[in-house]
Ligand binder design. Structure first.
Ligand code: 3HC
Length: 655
């Protein structure tokens, strides 16, 4: 066996006539210029060297290839270009196989599709996630995948961008085998016996015929899920083209579309979101701090929030001890948690065995002493300072000193809760969003006294729960609700200034929000915010502009959808403009002598965006948020800001 090196990231070794080419470009073996050049050099060598009878491509570490190098997007292209490398692989004169040792994504799967044979490790995941970056596959994915698995199945895989497990990839026909043991040895053995007739060049296959019905159904499904985003529908168009156009024509149209989308605003925004997610949860100075080992999570309060947190913890593989005030309440809490698991089974997200296994890790009790077993206790009780501080003081006397105490408060001051405990350094905020088992966003609140390893543990825990953790400093409403309050306030100012709720909602919906703010308030209910405004009335700065419209609606019992009326009326459940609301708004304007003016949709969006960005800048300058991209992620994942716009801070920078 002799070792060869073709570039910084590409090495190879000849074993028994087979050249095993390894891509080693940590962290995910992305197809950088050095990788592409190294692959070309390795192919040159393999072509010329008579001792090489076949080639196997594999990845170093736990990834095969994570895709094109996204960091290169927006820079001048450097040759060799990926489509050329891939065409060369497909046309290669000697057998060439992919040993897919881990994730094969985007350009990574496109490399594998061009190989003559493909085997994967059982843990490997395959996919073309380009649509999530606002682009389409740009190196043959939309043309080669349908040649292997048919148009309808390819539409499902490409337009969703989902990860396909190796076992499913085998069933679909994306790969030729799943290796039970030593992947490389299996692939080498397979390719050694491969001879010319058994080699399949994917691009030479014709697309198998399917009923128009199946294809139309897949396309309709994709278009419904795309919710107006361009990339999935373009992907569908290109895949359908594979049935009628030659490979060369299909590839040319795919490349043209890829470049056009790659250079679009939407793709720039989604790339920003991709890198923002990778940066989130990283705290300067915390890299070297080891998180504590947590196996059991205690949750006090198993209502709406607590039961969602419990399901999240069970899904994350933890043992869960839920605590309630009485045996009867514990029973109800347990039913709620198991009910959520049952729903997951009904919707196909969980199988019966998974449900049983989770239920086996769940205890719900009225006995608080059981929390001595927990590494962290999360409180999800009524959002009241006295209730929460008393609970933490009680926990102080029960759980060992190393148990972390986390508060799920939305608006209270966690520093005040911590200060009332014996060991404030073990207190951290974990602000889950409802429903907690579904929403990815988790604000991790770094309190004044939180110890570094407590924060590190909270962040590690969040990852295990499958959450997107964003670190926030302590301020009323943390990052999300601070910005949302500014957004809400500005929306109300605009009502007084002349816009209607429906105009504001329509403008925001056209911008990409699933729902405008007033429709959201109606859905969430108006009474909690009203109660807070009443509490704050005594301390409010009288010189600050205050809009009474929401108070007037609440005084009239218009608490939102559940009450059948709020900012809108809901006859037969259908949202309609209510003249009564218009009259309240007009009266409020008249009281202040405001002459209403007209706003365009563009002006509405600009004003609301500015309000969010101003508040975001304040949070950054106060050190409450560490980076602007964290604010973007909070607004996208917690408040419906369209990801295709990259979040308020990013969007403002593009105007
Ligand atoms: N290009 C450049 N950097 C990438 C990258 C890529 N394709 N994929 C991941 N990275 C970087 C991340 O930014 C992160 O960097 P950091 O450490 O500096 O923050 C690092 O690799 C590790 O990433 P993750 O934290 O996401 O690592 P995981 O182990 O959790 O996940 C993964 C690995 C599943 C490969 C995940 O990174 C992923 O999904 N990557 C993106 C896959 C993708 O979208 N590929 C398509 C690219 S577009 C394309 O291929 C176009 C083609 O059709 C022409």
């Amino acid at each position: 066996m002799s070792a060869l090196r073709f570039s910084d990231t590409i090495s190879a070794a000849l074993a028994d006539g087979i050249l095993v080419v390894t891509i080693d470009n940590a962290p995910v073996n992305a197809l950088s210029a050095d990788v592409r050049a190294g692959l070309m050099a390795a192919l040159d060598h393999a072509e010329k060297d008579g001792a090489v009878k076949g080639v196997v491509l594999t990845g170093a570490g736990s990834t095969f290839i994570g895709g094109a190098d996204i960091k290169e997007f927006g820079k001048l292209p450097v040759e060799p270009l990926l489509p050329d490398v891939i065409s060369r692989i497909e046309a290669f004169s000697k057998p060439i196989a992919a040993a897919i040792n881990g994730a094969a994504l985007g350009g990574g799967l496109e490399v594998a599709l061009a190989c003559h044979r493909r085997h994967a490790a059982p843990s490997a995941k395959l996919g073309l996630p380009e649509v999530k970056l606002g682009i389409v596959p740009g190196a043959g994915g939309t043309q080669r995948l349908p040649r292997l698995i048919g148009i309808a199945a390819a539409i499902d895989v490409v337009a969703s961008g989902r990860m396909v497990p190796a076992s499913e990839a085998l069933k679909l026909g994306i790969i030729d085998g799943v290796s039970g043991g030593a992947l490389l040895a299996d692939v080498i053995a397979d390719i050694k016996v491969a001879n010319a007739p058994s080699l399949r060049r994917t691009g030479h296959l014709s697309v198998r015929s399917e009923t128009a019905d199946a294809v139309d159904r897949a396309a309709a499904d994709a278009s419904r899920k795309a919710r107006g985003q361009r990339a999935p529908s373009e992907a569908v168009r290109l895949i359908r083209l594979a049935a009628t156009a030659s490979l060369a024509e299909g590839l040319a149209e795919e490349r043209r579309t890829f470049i056009e989308l790659r250079d679009s605003e939407e793709a720039a925004a989604l790339r920003h979101v991709f890198f923002a997610e990778r940066a989130a949860g990283k705290v300067e100075g915390l890299e070297a701090v080891a998180p504590r080992k947590i196996e059991t999570i205690g949750i006090v309060g198993t209502g709406l929030m607590g039961s969602g947190i419990a399901v999240s913890a069970l899904n994350g593989g933890f043992r869960v001890i839920g605590v309630e005030q009485s045996a009867e309440a514990a029973e109800k809490g347990r039913d709620r948690i198991v009910g959520l698991l049952d729903k997951a089974v009904q919707s196909g997200r969980l199988d019966a065995a998974g449900r049983e296994e989770r239920v086996g890790r769940l205890t719900v009790t009225a006995d608080m002493q059981q929390l001595t077993q927990a590494g962290i206790v999360i409180e999800a009780v009524f959002d009241d300072l006295i209730v929460k501080t008393e609970l933490f003081q009680r926990l102080d006397t029960i759980v060992p000193a190393e148990t972390i105490l986390a508060t799920n408060t939305s608006y209270l001051d966690p520093d005040a809760i911590a200060a009332a405990t014996k060991l404030p350094e073990r207190v951290v905020g974990l602000h889950f969003f409802s429903p907690a088992h579904i929403m990815r966003l988790l604000e991790v609140v770094n309190c004044k006294e939180t110890a570094p390893d407590v924060l590190a543990t909270a962040l590690a825990l969040a990852k295990r729960l499958g959450k997107l953790p964003i670190v926030s400093g302590v301020t009323e409403g943390f990052i999300g609700n601070s910005i949302f309050s500014a957004y809400r306030r500005e929306g109300e100012y605009m009502l007084e200034d002349g816009a209607s709720p429906q105009e504001i909602d329509a403008a925001l919906e056209a911008y990409g929000f699933a729902m405008g703010p007033f429709a959201v308030f109606d859905m969430a209910g108006l009474e909690i915010a009203w109660a807070r405004r009443k509490r704050q009335a005594a301390t409010r700065d009288p010189s600050e502009r205050y809009v009474v419209i929401a108070d007037r609606l609440c005084e009239a019992g218009r608490f939102g959808q559940k009450a059948g009326r709020g900012w809108y009326a809901y006859p037969d459940g259908k949202k309609t403009v209510d003249p009564e609301v218009t009259a309240v708004i007009e009266a409020a304007r008249a009281e202040k002598g405001i002459l209403p003016k007209k706003f365009t949709a563009e002006e509405i969006v600009a004003r609301l965006l500015k309000a969010m960005v101003d508040e975001g800048d304040t949070l950054l300058s106060r050190g409450i948020a560490a980076r602007a991209s964290d604010i973007d992620l909070v607004m996208i994942n917690g408040y419906g800001f369209p990801s295709s716009k990259g979040g308020p801070m990013f969007a403002a920078g593009r105007r």
